[in-house]
Structure formats: C-alpha cells, structure tokens
Write a protein that binds this ligand. Structure first.
Ligand code: BG6
Length: 466
C-alpha cells in the first residue's frame, strides 16, 4: 500500500524542455555546444527551442494541476544562475522562482535537480569541468545560491542526476560531451563528482534547511546470463563496477573495497586525500532511483547473444573497458522497446529490494517510463496503451517491494511532457502530454493529452489504482 503522502510525480530536465537558449543572460552549456556539431545528435536536433517550457511553463503547470500531480521534478540550468564572473544572474533566479511558486500554488511539491548534465561551457574551457577538483568549489557555490534562494520553499533536492550515465557517456563511450574515452579520467571525474555531491549535502545541512537531499542514480540490477560460475563471477564484477561503486559512496560514505580492487585491475587509481575521506561521509537522506531496464552479463569467454544497442541513429563504435571482466548479453526472456531496452517490471522490484537490503535507505523513484513512437491521430488523440501497460506493471512492482519492506517515498515518471531526448531527438517520446513538433519542424508546439494522462490521473486519485 502507498502512504497517503506518497509523491505521485513526473520529471524533466532543463536542457530537454526549456529552450530559451540564451534568454535573459543564460550562458552556453556543454550541451549547447555539443549539440550544434553535426552528427552528434539524432538528425542534428538540439535543445535550442526544445518544447519552449521557458515561455509556456504556465500552460504546463496548469496541465500538471489538472492531472493532479503531487510532485514535479525538474532541473535548474546552472547557466541561467551564474554569470561568467561567478556573480548571480537575477533574471535566471526569478525564472525558477516563478516555476517553484507556480507549482506550490498548484499544490505540487517541487523536486529540484541541481545538475542534469548542462555544465556551463566556461567551466569546461577554464579547467576541464568535472576533470578538475576545482569543480567541487564551483558546484558548491552554485548549490549554495540555490539553497539560499529556494531552500525555504523546496523540500526535495536531487544533487546530481545519474552521475554513472553522464560520466560513462561523456568519458568512456564518447556519446555525450566532452566526448572522451579514458578510464583514468572517468575515475577522476567520478571522484570529483562524489566530492561535489558530498559537499553540497554538507552545505545544505550547515544552512539548517529542513528538507531532504540526495543524488539520483540510474540503477540497473545485474543478472547473470547463466548459472555457470564463470558467468556468475562476471555478474558480480559488473554489479560491483556498475552499481556498488557509486552507491556505496553515496549511501555508506566510502568506496567498496571490491570496487577499488577492480578499478586497480583495470589500470586506474582513485586519488584520495584524508580530507576527501571525511567529506565523503556526508551522505544523502534518500537515494533517487532512475529505473529503465536490467542488465544481463556473461563471462568474456561465454557466447550468449550480445545485447543489441540501438541508440536510434546516433551510434558510435564502442570501446568496452570492462571486456576482461564481463560483457553484456541480451535477455531473451523479455520483450524490448523499439530502442532495445529490456522491459522488466520485476527488475524494479529487484532494484528496490537490493537497495533496501544493502542500505536500508529511503528511496525516491526519480525516473521510470517508456520511450516510444507515439502517433497523434486525426482527432488529436494519442492512444498509448503500451505506456499505460508499462507503467501499471512498474507500479505493481513498487507495491510488492513496499510490502516486502522497501521504504519508497515517491514515484516520478519520465516524463510529464514529451521532450528532447539527448540522442533521439523528438522521435522517442515519454510524456503524458504530447508536444507537437518534429526534429526539423518546431510547428506550434501544441500540447495534447495522451490516454496515459487520464490513466495516471486516476492512479493519483486512487493512491495507486485498482
Ligand atoms: C535518463 C536521463 O538517463 O534517461 C534523462 O536522466 C533521459 O535525461 C532518460 O532522457 C531517457 O533516456 P533517452 O535516451 O531515452 O532520452
């Protein structure tokens, strides 16, 4: 059963919805720069206009209110808040004041993500962004400003969105900015991000703010491709390197011994000072979980069908830094989305159980949803029964995990409105609200309610549905 104050929500991120690329003094982010290079994104789409939330937020908040949302998770663009001389851009601050106040007036709890991948380009140029320890200070300065302006009215803060994904795609797979592939750099960048996360949490508490704060993580539970012990060891390695490496730092305040050993085995080291060790003990109040799919792993010598990766049309040859330890396999027992993501509601139950058993922490599901090609019919309806089926099964999985002892405080679907998908343009849609635009035609950006909008409205009304 869900508590009466369960946060039925939905989510988004600044670059994916706002547009208003340089409005009111906003600076360029690494995504503004990356997306303008031909070939980096699907059909060269960018967030220049996105779905124009910058100008249409009132209409969108009215739709959230109509649906009955209890919470809305959105991110703040660092580039709207800080000027290049580190002073505050008051117009940027005022923009998010309007969003937060609008949500509160609509009785919707704002959940603010401090960083959802849109690093100011000047920090990348000045000292390499996340590659340099200086980022900890800049991130702390930026977070402190947000706490100062919004801390008295925002009760839920997500420090970093999916550190595991932005570092993997940016520093191993060359699919996100800054388009690098180097394992040692990846480890350094992660260490700096851990410190930045811990420092922001420390600052939040020092300011005696009373809300909850924590990072959100893309958790994909690892399954072994078979019961052969070699595959099981491969799965252990993957579970350690793809999950516990981050989560132990976030929730226990230190690196797991096993992940440090494996990192060394792969030729990298974590450069840690005594001060770092102390700082990392500042752990969050909850863990945000973004859940989309499970991962199947086999030994390097096994021959199960490998997972096909289908990043729409943006796909670059991958270098697998983990190849000596494990490789991925396809889960042939499951159906997959059009983008090859395994549909596995039970995987969410497993996620919640594993997190509860290892950390016994509060969990906020900060993202979960189905990316699909939606069709706007001639009568302006969108019949997305496939999304309803997907979400219903995942909600059932949460119910089961709660019954088994998990403490889940909320569920934010990805996403409320259709939005810009980093590598898939506007083809891969997730929202309850259809936004009428294509990759190369912005049209009028009209909003239409999908069937799933009404279905989720009922889920909220009945606190979990029948
Ligand atoms: C998460 C991100 O990784 O997945 C979102 O936090 C993203 O920003 C979502 O949009 C879905 O990914 P994609 O590639 O299907 O848009």
């Amino acid at each position: 059963m869900f508590n009466s104050n369960f946060l039925w929500g939905s989510a988004s991120a600044a670059y994916q919805i706002e547009g208003g690329q340089f409005a009111d003094g906003k600076l360029p982010s690494i995504w503004d720069e990356y997306a303008k290079v031909p070939g980096n994104t699907y059909m060269d789409t960018t967030g220049e206009v996105a779905i124009d939330f910058y100008n249409r937020f009132e209409e969108d908040i009215a739709l959230m209110k109509e649906q009955g949302l209890k919470a809305y998770r959105f991110s703040i663009a660092w580039t709207r808040i800080i000027n290049e001389d580190r002073s505050v851009n008051k117009k940027g601050v005022a923009f998010y004041d309007q969003i937060i106040d609008g949500l509160i007036a609509a009785k919707i709890e704002p959940i603010v993500t401090i960083y959802h991948w849109d690093l100011p380009q000047f920090l990348q140029d000045e000292y390499g962004g996340w590659e340099n320890r200086k980022i900890v200070e800049d991130f702390n300065q930026y977070s402190t400003i947000l706490f100062k302006y919004y801390g008295h009215k925002v009760n839920y803060w997500v420090t970093l969105n999916e550190q595991n994904i932005f570092t993997e795609l940016g520093y191993l797979k060359m699919l996100h900015p800054p388009n690098r592939c180097n394992y040692q750099t990846f480890i350094d960048v992660n260490h700096h991000a851990f410190l930045a996360n811990a420092q922001a949490i420390k600052t939040y508490r020092a300011m005696e703010l009373t809300g909850k704060i924590g990072p959100s993580f893309a958790f994909s539970p690892v399954y072994s491709a078979s019961v052969a012990p070699t595959d099981v060891i491969a799965a252990e390695n993957a579970q350690e390197l793809l999950n516990w490496y981050w989560l132990d730092v976030y929730l226990m305040g230190h690196y797991s011994k096993a992940s440090l050993n494996l990192i060394n085995k792969l030729g990298a080291i974590v450069s840690m000072t005594q001060e770092d060790r102390e700082l990392l003990t500042n752990v969050g109040d909850f863990i945000g979980v973004n859940y989309y799919q499970t991962t199947v792993v086999q030994a390097p010598s096994s021959n199960f069908v490998e997972k096909d990766i289908n990043f729409n049309t943006v796909y670059k040859p991958q270098i697998n830094v983990y190849e000596a330890l494990f490789k991925e396999a396809k889960n042939i027992t499951l159906e997959h989305t059009d983008w090859g993501w395994a549909i596995d509601p039970t995987g969410l139950e497993i996620t919640l159980r594993r997190l509860t058993s290892r950390y016994n922490t509060e969990i906020l599901i900060t993202e979960n949803g189905l990316g699909a090609i939606d069709i706007l019919e001639s009568d302006n309806k969108i019949h997305d029964q496939y999304r309803i089926d997907y979400l219903a099964l995942h909600i059932e999985a949460i119910k089961n995990a709660i019954a088994d002892g998990s403490s889940v405080i909320g569920y934010c679907t990805w996403s409320f409105q259709d939005l810009f998908s980093w590598l898939n343009g506007y083809k891969k849609r997730y929202g309850f609200i259809y936004v009428d635009r294509t990759e190369n035609d912005v049209k009028e950006l009209k909003r239409y309610k999908k069937d799933s909008f009404y279905w989720f409205q009922n889920i909220i009304e009945t606190n979990g549905g029948n």
